[in-house]
Design a protein around this ligand. Structure first.
Ligand code: COA
Length: 338
């Protein structure tokens, strides 16, 4: 049994906000932001919600896969910015799509969220519990930004990306009743995963939830925002990500030279350049969306993957690495044969 991505989709809020736009409302500049991060603009939600962006991205992924919402058995949304504490965003998406048979739940692993969700779906599919999964990474991070803190708010954006993942037999064929969506012989699919967490360093990138508020203790219900020690997060990323990628390549028995693209979480161009250097890989193999999306946390990897898919950059048999890293701290990498 193997699992394979058979469709992708993404959705961005209509409103684009450039670095120059931000420089009109805070003490920053396009030069500072773009030279340190590679970010030039991001999309910020007005009417859009985490659920509405997820529904649009997921609907496009189903269309791209050529399957109906009713065929989805498992629906996982990775997010740290759900619109409700309950219901989960995944349950909202189930209703929005009409995915009536799906089991739906959210995963919180911040910027590694999509990779954690993909690995979870892969495990369910591998064991034969489910056959078709819809995996979404979605955020409206702008609502948890402190817009008076120029060191964090300029980095992040809103959006959603999705992938349909399906189980195939060892020979690449679908089991009866699994619908269409790619049944070529010998498809490689998701070859290997590697993931980890380090809660001991979690506070370097954090956003507090509600404090205790009950008859025993009265805390004011003040909103909290993302706080970050940027340099510590940077050091974490440039050491952990290459090590994780080398481990997953080893696990897959694939040489770095065989990889066509490294699809990394889009936090900062300098992090990506450093990872490329440490892997001795051509930086041209690291496609980017951060220039026009900023850091969209759990949505970064699936948005980029969908952009590549829509541009026709992914061909059957291509080996790609995907890697996410961020809050928790968490990280996760996978090797995929498209
Ligand atoms: N515009 C202009 N100046 C800014 C600014 C902004 N948006 N944000 C911070 N500055 C200023 C600081 O106030 C500081 O000024 P000072 O020297 O007068 O005190 C100066 O720029 C340098 O700040 P510093 O925080 O040391 O910058 P840096 O070179 O470390 O770059 C980051 C900051 C955030 C770009 C960098 O640390 C980084 O990319 N970290 C990783 C963050 C990340 O990707 N997080 C998500 C991971 S999932």
């Amino acid at each position: 049994m193997t699992t394979r991505i058979i469709g992708t989709g993404s959705s961005l809020p209509k409103q684009t906000v450039t670095n120059d736009d931000l420089s009109k409302i805070m003490d920053t500049s396009d030069e500072w932001i773009s030279s340190r991060t590679g970010i030039r603009e991001r999309h910020l939600a007005k009417e859009e919600t985490t659920a509405s962006l997820s529904v649009e991205a997921a609907g496009k992924a189903l269309q791209n896969a050529g399957i109906r919402a009713e065929e989805v058995d498992l629906l996982i949304v990775a997010t740290i910015t759900g619109d409700y504490v309950t219901p989960s965003t995944a349950c909202e998406v189930q209703a929005g799509l009409g995915a009536s048979r799906a089991v739906a739940f959210d995963i919180n692993a911040a910027c590694s969220g999509f990779m954690f969700a993909l690995h979870t779906a892969h495990a369910y599919l591998q064991t034969g519990i489910y056959r078709t999964a819809l995996v979404v990474g979605a955020e409206t991070l702008s609502k948890i930004m402190d817009w008076s803190d120029r060191s964090t708010c300029v980095l992040f954006g809103d959006g959603a990306g999705a992938a349909v993942v399906r189980a195939f037999g060892e020979d690449g064929t679908e089991k009866e009743g699994m619908g269409k969506g790619g049944s070529e012989k010998g498809c490689g699919g998701l070859l290997a995963f590697e993931q980890g967490s380090d809660g001991f360093r979690g506070k370097v990138l954090a956003c507090e939830g509600r404090k205790n508020h009950n008859p025993l203790v009265q805390n004011p219900l003040v909103p909290s925002y993302v706080g970050m020690d940027g340099q510590e997060v940077y050091k974490f990323a440039v050491s952990t990500v290459p090590a994780s990628i080398l481990r997953v390549l080893d696990r897959a028995g694939v040489d770095a030279g065989e990889i066509k693209y490294f699809v990394l979480h889009q936090a900062n161009i300098r992090i990506i350049q450093s990872v490329a250097k440490r892997l001795k890989a051509d930086v041209g193999k690291f496609p980017l969306s951060l220039d026009h999306c900023g850091n969209v946390s759990a949505a970064s990897v699936p948005i980029l993957l969908d952009e590549m898919n829509q541009k026709g950059m992914l061909e059957k048999g291509d080996k790609i690495v995907m890697s996410g890293f961020g809050g928790g701290l968490t990280w996760a990498s996978a090797v995929i044969e498209w």
